[in-house]
Design a protein around this ligand. Structure first.
Ligand code: SF4
Ligand code: SF4
Length: 504
């Protein structure tokens, strides 16, 4: 283990690491564009200059190997002057697009220009004009803004393994492009927009949608598959404007897939179930007379599953069935990222609570009980967006003497149910999911649900109180402590906690 001195402080470091990584881990400020923790270093933006004792000139730290007894400085007038000069070159052909650029407010070029007071240009010549065009169905490039850091090119090669992007032309005409007729359209494509350090690559779904300083960011977890990628939800005026990955080395590294990122349409959909019928307390009243069956989807949170099970016990219900959504095979990418085949976020906990066999049987036992008359009442808690209800379930449930439906979108059973409770989406409540590896992670309320929606963890508790099966209604966190007593929301933190819930 070599020992180096960083800004006067002695450190023992991993000899395999390059200087920039060490500096950043130690909290030293070193500006950089082309280096990204999830990609191989390239050393082409030249911004991460530092002073090292075994060199007379400033060195590019992202490519510089450490050596024993090396002394490194990341601050000082000489270093500032070097970085300022690099910045001046990068800005030579960069347009003053900030007022119309979607990256404004979260752009490294803006931030470093402000820090190094590089506000006046000495460049009197005409700027080079480069292309502005679509690179794929979701991505558009403003070539004039590109600083040719090659992060996007390396992402497509190293992480997605698809290699659609390349740098064309030479010198100050260099710009990112695709091969004619082959757009960037891989399942991870929109990550290149996140990692572009300037506003060259733009997500067409977010284009001109919001000025980021007016938005609110909420930490959450993607609910579109069992991987549970950590995300931030960007919201303006109670409207989800975009989802972006939040780094978590154990789950999604720095990435998320396009399908999960763009799967928010149902939250503000006109097909939302907003008309409630009857009250949830009718479930308690009817449960005293009729034999109930229950169906739960693996979209429900840990808290909701825990309460649903308690309700089934309190009602002395018969069969419990499960709605799940599995599509194809898991997709593994060269960089290690995985999109799971299970398109729901919480099957692992359902399997832990009810048993994997019960979940795997799906809805068959409930359909059987309804058809035979062994069950006369049904409580259906779905919530999987866009999952058509199976025809045999619809047919059998229509014959039930009492039907209660809690769902997000309108469906044939909600249209005929005795009790309809408009559900909340994952973005409209607090709760937890267990991902495919048994990792318990939190979701946070980012937007208000429609006024008729009720948080499931609340009304389920109210029914249990009415049945005398619990003393009072508590918060989602209180329910979570009952479900997994060894954990609390604060122990889970923002990166989740691995439990013994295991991979199927
Ligand atoms: S488009 Fe963005 S990420 Fe790609 S090379 Fe240009 S500046 Fe870098
Ligand atoms: S891999 Fe799964 S959890 Fe991750 S972003 Fe895609 S759909 Fe969401």
């Amino acid at each position: 283990m070599p020992t180096i001195k960083l800004n006067g402080k002695d450190l023992e470091v991993d000899g395999k690491d390059k200087l920039l990584k060490i500096c950043l881990e130690q909290g030293a400020f070193v500006p950089h564009y082309c280096w990204h923790p999830g990609l191989q270093p390239a050393g082409n933006c030249r911004m991460c200059l530092v002073k090292v004792s075994n060199s007379k000139k400033l060195e590019v730290s992202c490519m510089y190997p450490v050596a024993d007894k090396m002394e490194v400085s990341t601050e000082g007038p000489e270093i500032d002057a070097g970085r300022k000069a690099v910045l001046e070159y990068l800005l030579i052909n960069h347009p003053l697009d900030c007022p119309i650029c979607d990256k404004a407010g979260e752009c490294d070029l803006q931030d470093y220009t402000y820090k190094y007071r590089q506000g006046v240009s000495r460049f009197d010549e005409d700027k080079n004009i480069r292309h502005t065009k679509d690179l794929g169905p979701n991505i558009r490039i403003w070539g004039n803004r590109c600083i040719v850091c090659t992060r996007c090119v390396r992402f497509c090669e190293e992480v997605a393994g698809t290699g659609e992007l390349c740098v064309i032309e030479r010198g100050d005409r260099s710009v990112v492009d695709v091969f004619p007729g082959i757009p960037i359209d891989n399942p991870l494509s929109l990550n290149v927009v996140d990692i572009c350090p300037v506003g060259a690559l733009i997500d067409k779904n977010f284009m001109y949608a919001a000025r980021v300083w007016f938005t609110k960011r909420t930490e959450s977890v993607c609910a579109s598959c069992a991987r549970g990628c950590n995300i931030d939800i960007t919201v303006l005026d109670n409207d989800i404007k975009r989802l972006q990955p939040r780094p978590n080395a154990e789950v999604n590294q720095y990435w998320m897939c396009d399908e999960g990122r763009l799967n928010t349409h149902y939250v503000g959909s006109e097909r939302r179930l907003t008309r409630s019928t009857g009250t949830s307390l009718e479930i308690a009243e009817t449960g005293r007379r009729l034999k109930f069956a229950g169906i739960l989807s693996t979209y429900a949170t840990i808290e909701e599953m825990h309460l649903f099970k308690k309700l089934m016990e309190a009602l002395q219900a018969g069969a419990v069935g499960f709605l799940t959504s599995v599509r194809g095979q898991a997709q593994k990418f060269p960089g290690g990222f995985v999109i799971e085949a299970d398109k729901t976020p919480n099957r692992a906990y359902a399997a832990q609570l009810f048993g994997e066999e019960a979940v795997a049987r799906g809805i068959a036992p409930v359909v059987g009980d309804l058809q035979s008359g062994a069950a006369q009442g049904l409580l259906l808690m779905n919530g999987i967006p866009d999952l058509p209800l199976p025809a045999d379930l619809v047919e059998a449930a229509r014959k039930a003497q009492f039907l209660a439906v809690c769902d997000i979108l309108q469906n044939p059973l909600a249209a005929v149910a005795h009790v309809v409770i408009p559900a909340t989406t994952w973005a409209e409540k607090d709760g937890t999911f267990m991902n495919i590896d048994g990792r318990v992670q939190r979701i946070h309320k980012a937007v208000e649900p429609p006024v008729t929606s009720r948080a499931e963890s609340q009304w389920l508790q109210e029914v249990l109180v009415a049945l005398g099966a619990r003393p009072a209604v508590v918060s989602a966190e209180g329910v979570f402590r009952e479900a997994l007593p060894e954990l609390t929301y604060s122990k889970i933190g923002s990166l989740g906690v691995k439990t013994n819930g295991h991979r199927r």
